[in-house]
Write a protein that binds this ligand. Structure first.
Ligand code: GTP
Length: 573
């Protein structure tokens, strides 16, 4: 296939607008997968993806499609890159887009433009991709394609006449999609007679084959048996296998200019495969391709074995899982309450949840995770700065005076029906947000941009936002810079701890010296409520029993403490 017969495209959308279903239909339409193969969302391979109905890892599939192009029937090679829709995975989205020249922007015909539609549109637009708007789910009774066309025009200046109307459910309008891809999206621009340059898109570990890298051949061609080098690590490898994802790995022996495919090259660990790296023929000299922005960790949390003796098993599980999810950072740590464990850095909260779920489901690990923290920067009197991910690593030397502290902030995009504007503004100002933009997409929907401290959104902002808007808000964020933070004291923490059946003491200490203390007084259940009449001994008996019970609660010992209790307990630190 010469590159004029190749099209590389991606599907981008807000969560649940139907990307994966549309991808399935296109794979069926081209005979890449059998119709009714029994497993919807073919590209969502992970169990967690199927369970949660979300796409986490971007996958690629190659399809072949005949089309009458400029008067002749021509077979085209189409590479479809599925992308995740959720905020946490925009890193995966930009990674996928780097291999594409165009994107289908899928928008739900009833819901219209949502926060991730905006975020994904800009990611594609900034990568200079041709954007084909696809208004999907037109079979719904509440579908209003004309309103959505007007939104696409006012938000993104997309020509309403270019929008395709589809239903991935009933199949309506789907036949127009691939012809539009072929006619509107340009072929990959690489040079076939230049030395090989390949972009490393992703890598994962396979039990049998070892490390499998997904690559996009930008210039030149790659054949099995050739020697390649990495511009990032300087390591050289022999290409043992090369092919396309059709949709399973299908060896072809060669990848030509503009193709997207896989290679197996005897890498021992995915750590050698740096996403965004340039691979080239060992004997040639090339300028490396522009790489990707490295993943930025926004949320940190401790991960500990539920049973302390399982540390080695957890270590093994984490090592294996990070082989397939290079966007998690892992360092060992120990906690006096939980023993030996790990501190992991994630792209966001959903990413963290998915990581935990995969640890349990795919590797059988039982874990306790601490409440997420965000990375602060501390500046000391001597001018030195330290990035702190874990409150336990704050230096204990009282002489080292902290002169300033910065906290991370995010730029949030919020789209809501107009009637909820007031309550969302209240929520954002309670969370120390600064409004940057406020406008209307159309007569029914408002668009707001806020700068918010990451710490304020990390725990429950999204749930709160959903609940005050009856589920209608859509939300997306990107990281912004660090902001100076006023130092707060222990008394503030008191607010976060609910009263319990026993007394709780909160202490702040530098080294062994306690510098502040607060007490959350005990809550007393009225055990006498059902005790009518005046029998004093019976009352006393009940109160004694209550006291005993409380003593027991205070001892942590072998009592099973639910995950939420750890979260509540560690949230304050
Ligand atoms: P993420 O992978 O989480 O980003 O979601 P997605 O955009 O891939 O959405 P997905 O394809 O999983 O579809 C979400 C839901 O919408 C599923 O329940 C689909 O069955 C349904 N759906 C998809 N397309 C259509 C359509 O054209 N009409 C109707 N009525 N439902 C659809």
């Amino acid at each position: 296939y010469s590159s004029d017969k190749i099209r590389n495209f991606s599907i981008i959308a807000h969560v649940d607008h139907g990307k994966s279903t549309l991808a399935d239909r296109l794979l069926e339409l081209t005979g890449t997968i059998r119709k009714g193969h029994g497993q919807p969302q073919y590209l969502d391979k992970l169990q967690v993806e199927r369970e949660r109905g979300i796409t986490v890892k971007a996958q690629t599939a190659t399809m072949f499609h005949k089309h009458n192009f400029l008067g002749t029937d021509t077979e085209f090679l189409l590479n479809l890159v599925d992308t995740p829709g959720h905020v946490d995975f925009s890193y995966e989205v930009s990674r996928s887009l780097a291999a594409c020249q165009g994107a289908l922007l899928v928008v739900d015909a009833a819901q219209g433009v949502q926060a991730q539609t905006v975020a994904n549109f800009y990611l594609a637009f900034e990568s200079n991709l041709t954007i084909i708007p696809v208004i999907n789910k037109i079979d719904q009774p509440t579908a209003d394609p004309d309103r959505i066309k007007a939104q696409l025009k006012s938000m993104f200046d997309l020509d309403p006449s270019e929008a395709l109307l589809t239903s991935a459910k009933t199949g309506q309008g789907l036949v127009q999609v691939l012809p539009a891809v072929i006619e509107r999206i340009p072929p990959p621009p690489g040079k076939s007679n230049s030395p090989l340059r390949m972009l490393l898109l992703d890598a994962y570990y396979d039990e049998y084959k070892g490390v499998i890298c997904h690559v996009a051949v930008v210039d030149g061609a790659l054949r099995k048996g050739e020697k390649i080098s990495s511009a990032g690590t300087g390591q050289s490898y022999e290409v043992l296998d090369v092919g396309i994802m059709h949709p399973e790995l299908t060896p072809t022996g060669v990848l030509l200019t503009g193709q997207v495919g896989y290679i197996v090259s005897g890498m021992r660990s995915t750590k050698e495969a740096r996403v965004g790296d340039t691979l080239y023929h060992t004997r040639s000299t090339v300028d490396p391709l522009p790489g990707f922005k490295p993943a930025k960790h926004m949320v940190f949390s401790g991960v500990y074995p539920a049973d302390g003796s399982d540390f080695e098993a957890l270590n093994h599980a984490i090592e294996r899982l990070t082989c397939n999810d290079a966007s998690v950072s892992v360092t060992k740590e120990s906690s006096s309450a939980l023993g030996m464990g790990f501190r992991c850095g994630f792209l966001g909260l959903l990413h963290m949840d998915v990581f935990h779920q995969r640890l349990e489901q795919e590797y059988g690990a039982h874990v306790i995770s601490t409440v997420p923290t965000v990375p602060y920067i501390f500046e000391y009197a001597d001018g030195s700065k330290k990035h702190i991910h874990n409150p336990a690593t704050l230096p204990s030397n009282p002489k080292q005076r902290v002169t300033a502290c910065w906290e991370p902030t995010v730029l949030a995009t919020i789209i809501i029906p107009s009637e909820y504007v007031g309550s969302v503004i209240t929520l954002c100002s309670e969370r120390r947000g600064e409004q940057l933009e406020y406008s209307f997409i159309d007569s029914q929907r408002a668009f707001m941009k806020y700068r918010l401290p990451l710490r304020e959104i990390v725990v429950d902002f999204y749930n709160e936002l959903k609940s005050i808007t009856s589920g209608y808000a859509s939300f997306d964020y990107e990281d912004a810079e660090h902001n100076v933070l006023a130092c707060e004291l222990v008394e503030k923490l008191k607010k976060f701890i609910d009263r319990q059946m026993f007394e709780i003491t909160i202490q702040a200490a530098i080294g062994s010296k306690v510098i502040a203390r607060e007490t959350v007084s005990a809550m007393r259940k009225n055990v006498l409520a059902k005790c009518y009449g005046g029998d004093v001994t019976r009352k006393r008996k009940l109160l004694e029993k209550q006291k005993e019970g409380k003593k027991r609660m205070k001892r942590v010992g072998s009592v099973d403490i639910p995950q939420e209790a750890f979260h509540e307990l560690l949230k304050v630190s």
